[in-house]
Design a protein around this ligand. Structure first.
Ligand code: BES
Ligand code: ZN
Ligand code: ZN
Length: 501
């Protein structure tokens, strides 16, 4: 995608379409007033008659009949100026982007300053636009023999602005990087389990490492055995696909300290194992590596934006299969940390994989931990499909995650985590932990189990079982994988401030 920034006049947008933001206001001012002049005041009438709407997220399209150099104008309703948020702006721009894609234009101009306000300066609207455009026009290629070609129409976007060009340019690039990070995560999640094996995911991570100069380490089964990663290995036991522990390190500081560990559940397919899933529940379980995808998407954004932070990304990856060698309910296994686990349910495999992932992140010097996982159906029952559930052992660290999520627009909701919950995951009669203490507080149990492996470090757990995919299309993308948490994690890293000890 080719972005240019021009200072030229809104009426000189020599493109197929001009995109203009309209706030709810009694009268046009600024650039819109000038535009109205070119139409001899007819735009004002069109607004009065409701043909151009300033209602939030309403689109209106007009032909310009040669009154200005652009053939069409797409008006994007923004509602009341005071009520517009960064989030809402992105949604409106996402909708506009979808419309531009439908229009099959190859180039268009965005009157950037018409989208800006005191609270949202040009740099913010620039970031919002490229992020929204990149996300909203995403399409998974799929595997059909016919029409396998992605429908790419737009090849250049011109941004008209009177504001500082350099600042706007950086913001455009950052926004696009955020969008691409999300889209990469989506593609990983949309890819079927036979095509995205743990080996393939490791290869993908190595490609990222090469591109962004990350340090990388991929542990194979033998190395895991030597390190005593009995929890991840147990999940892999029934599989013919080798497991991988994937590690990427980004070091943006002189010293390897204040390291944020991002641990993503990388189950490439979850059959449930011997606690097998019913035939309806098993479909869609290719998405059980949504946490890994979020972490890899975030690492891509981090690779592009290069914040002054240290990050270690850890992805324990395998599929969860059934065979004569598979692990079974009642088995007792030993995790890397030394903790023993009674397996009561082989379908609670994510927390087992994450247990060793957490320990390995610590091994690599992580001082703060965030795990992201499609962990429980329970989180969907508790919060629905549009909210990510969170658990923490450190409110101050959680506050930073919450702020990042507020900025990304990816809603998260904290679940309680009490001593009673800890007791329940420690309730096995024969082992330190039990991986499935019953149906009550399901989502909390999943998180609480993972928390046992934070061992005193500030930790936040994000359960994205509901949010990693969506059944219907939305303002910022199609149905299918959402790439959720890639942006939140990247923003958390960017804004991160070490806690006072
Ligand atoms: N991968 C599933 C959770 C899941 C469910 C993700 C629906 C996406 C959509 C996870 O491994 C699982 O099966 N969890 C069980 C845990 C239970 C057996 C303790 C669950 O939530 O039912
Ligand atoms: Zn499972
Ligand atoms: Zn799972």
């Amino acid at each position: 995608m080719n972005f240019t920034i021009n200072q030229k006049h809104i009426t000189e947008a020599a493109k197929e379409c001009l995109v203009v933001g309209v706030y709810h206001q009694p009268q046009f001012d600024g650039e819109l007033k000038e535009l109205d002049h070119s139409f001899e005041g007819y735009l004002t009438s069109l607004v009065k008659d409701g043909d151009i709407s300033s209602k939030s997220k309403k689109l209106s399209k007009i032909h310009t009949f040669g009154k200005i150099s652009s053939k069409r104008i797409l008006f994007v309703g923004l509602g009341k100026k005071k009520e517009l948020t960064f989030d809402l702006l992105k949604e409106a721009m996402g909708l506009a982007s979808k419309e531009l894609k439908n229009m099959k234009v190859s180039s268009f101009s965005v009157a950037l300053d018409t989208f800006s306000s005191e609270e949202l300066p040009a740099a913010d609207s620039a970031h919002a636009f490229t992020e929204a455009f990149t996300m909203a026009t995403y399409q998974f290629e799929g595997y059909k023999q016919k029409s396998n070609e992605p429908e790419i129409y737009v090849d250049s976007i011109e941004f008209l602005t009177g504001e500082d060009e350099k600042e706007v340019k950086t913001a455009l690039e950052v926004g696009a990087a955020f969008g691409r990070g999300v889209n990469s995560a989506r593609t990983l999640v949309n890819t079927p389990g036979n095509l995205l094996t743990s080996t393939k995911m490791a290869e993908y991570a190595l490609e990222l490492a090469e591109r962004y100069d990350f340090e990388a380490e991929i542990l194979d089964k033998e190395e895991m055995e030597n390190l005593g990663m009995g929890a991840l290995l147990a999940v892999n036991q029934g599989s013919v696909e080798p497991p991988k522990m994937i590690v990427l390190k980004y070091s943006g500081k002189d010293e390897w300290k204040d390291v944020i560990g991002l641990v993503g559940k990388g189950i490439t397919f979850d059959t449930g194992g011997y606690s097998i899933k019913p035939k309806d529940g098993i479909v869609g379980m290719k998405t059980d590596m949504g946490g890994a995808a979020a972490v890899l998407g975030a690492m891509e954004i981090i690779g592009e934006t290069k914040p002054e932070q240290n990050v270690v990304a850890v992805i324990p990856s395998t599929d969860n299969m059934v065979s004569g060698s598979a692990f079974k309910p009642d088995d007792v296994i030993t995790a890397m940390s030394g903790k023993t686990i009674e397996v009561l349910n082989t379908d609670a495999e994510g927390r087992l994989a994450l247990a060793d992932g957490m320990s390995y992140a610590k091994h690599h010097g992580a001082n703060y931990l965030v795990d992201v996982a499609t962990l429980t159906g329970g989180v969907i029952v508790a919060l629905g499909e549009d909210k990510t559930g969170a658990l923490t052992n450190n409110e101050a660290f959680f506050e930073q995650v919450l702020e990042a999520s507020g900025e990304s627009g990816e809603f998260i909701w904290q679940l309680p985590y009490t001593e009673h919950d800890k007791k329940r995951v420690r309730s096995s009669k024969i082992a330190d932990l039990n991986n499935s203490p019953g149906r009550a507080g399901h989502a909390i149990m999943g998180g609480a189990f993972v928390g046992e492996f934070a061992e005193g470090l500030p930790w936040v757990h994000l359960d994205i079982a509901g949010t990693a995919t969506t059944k219907s299309s939305y303002d910022l993308g199609p149905s299918g994988a959402t790439g959720v948490m890639a942006r939140t994690l990247a923003l958390l890293v960017e804004r991160f401030e070490p806690l006072e000890k």
